[in-house]
Design a protein around this ligand. Structure first.
Ligand code: G
Ligand code: G
Ligand code: NA
Ligand code: MN
Length: 250
């Protein structure tokens, strides 16, 4: 109830912000994109994790405002990146739950003038399962706009293979739980290996997330994963740091 109460009076425009975690090509760790991660610093209750405040916002309806605010900001920052760097933006179940919600997202993208082909929307299986048919329509709509769709936290939900088959996805994000100690855990190794074979077979990009050590990275490189993300490569950084990263050396 504490988070619920704090959110009712929150000035989300000022209290919400985004951090940006690099996504890098596995072979040479060149940065090819950034995933935006929402942060809420409440003056009343301090920092709250999105894992906690997104579900609350979905419940009380403030998610509509949050998505608009965060996506507009992300697009504005991303417009200052080189053209070969993409934006990866997390969507919630609510964002996918009606054609109306999804059209609002499409409208924000079109208004921004940012190339939709440089946007990747991340959706979780949980968000999809909330209402599969509607989520499927929304994903189709975003694909028609020209954006990519990544299935996030792959392997942690239910009947994953079924979803990969039925939805017009472009990427799979292999959950960090399969990356953890992959150099020592045979089961994780086998799972990641078969997920990579599946992705290749279906023409999907594979991203391994939660890479924390060199040992993990090396195994992923050997297995041929396309891109990597995690604390070993970089923690999430501020908007200014993403822009500074591309400034010419002086
Ligand atoms: O960054 P962190 O590990 O605290 O994120 C926790 C969870 O919140 C993750 O599942 C992440 O995908 C989700 N999340 C982070 N930012 C956003 C956002 O802007 N929108 C939505 N819907 N989920 C987000
Ligand atoms: O659900 P999603 O995959 O979007 O959540 C990503 C979450 O994982 C974010 O909260 C982010 O802060 C966190 N994260 C990013 N890199 C790492 C990592 O290398 N290790 C761990 N444990 N968490 C990470
Ligand atoms: Na994500
Ligand atoms: Mn994930």
């Amino acid at each position: 109830a504490v988070v619920e109460d704090a959110m009712i009076t929150a000035d989300l425009e000022n209290e919400l912000y985004l951090v940006y975690q690099p996504i890098s090509r596995a072979t040479d760790l060149k940065c090819i994109g950034y995933e935006t991660l929402a942060r809420w610093n409440s003056p009343r209750i301090g920092p709250v994790s999105p894992a906690e405040f997104i579900p609350v916002a979905e419940h009380n309806g403030r998610i509509t405002l949050m998505t608009r605010l965060l996506l507009e900001r992300a697009l504005s920052v991303a417009s200052k990146w080189p053209k070969d760097v993409y934006l990866s933006f997390n969507l919630s179940a609510h964002d996918l739950s009606s054609p109306d919600n999804c059209l609002k997202i499409v409208a924000i993208v079109l208004k921004s003038g940012f190339d939709p082909a440089r946007i990747n929307f991340e959706v979780t299986e949980t968000a999809i399962l909330h209402d599969f048919d509607q989520a499927s329509n929304s994903i189709q709509m975003l694909r028609e706009l020209g954006a990519g769709i990544a299935l996030d936290d792959f392997g942690t939900g239910f009947s994953s293979l079924n979803h990969v088959h039925k939805l017009p996805l472009t990427k799979i994000k292999i959950d960090g739980s399969f990356v953890r100690d992959i150099h020592q855990r045979k089961t994780s190794f086998k799972i990641v290996k078969s997920v990579l074979a599946l992705s290749a077979d279906m023409g999907l990009d594979a991203i391994a997330e939660g890479v924390e050590t060199l040992e993990e990275l090396q195994v992923l490189q050997t297995l041929g994963v396309g891109s990597v993300q995690g604390y070993y490569i970089s923690k999430p950084v501020s908007a200014d740091e993403t822009i500074a990263a591309f400034a010419p050396p002086r």
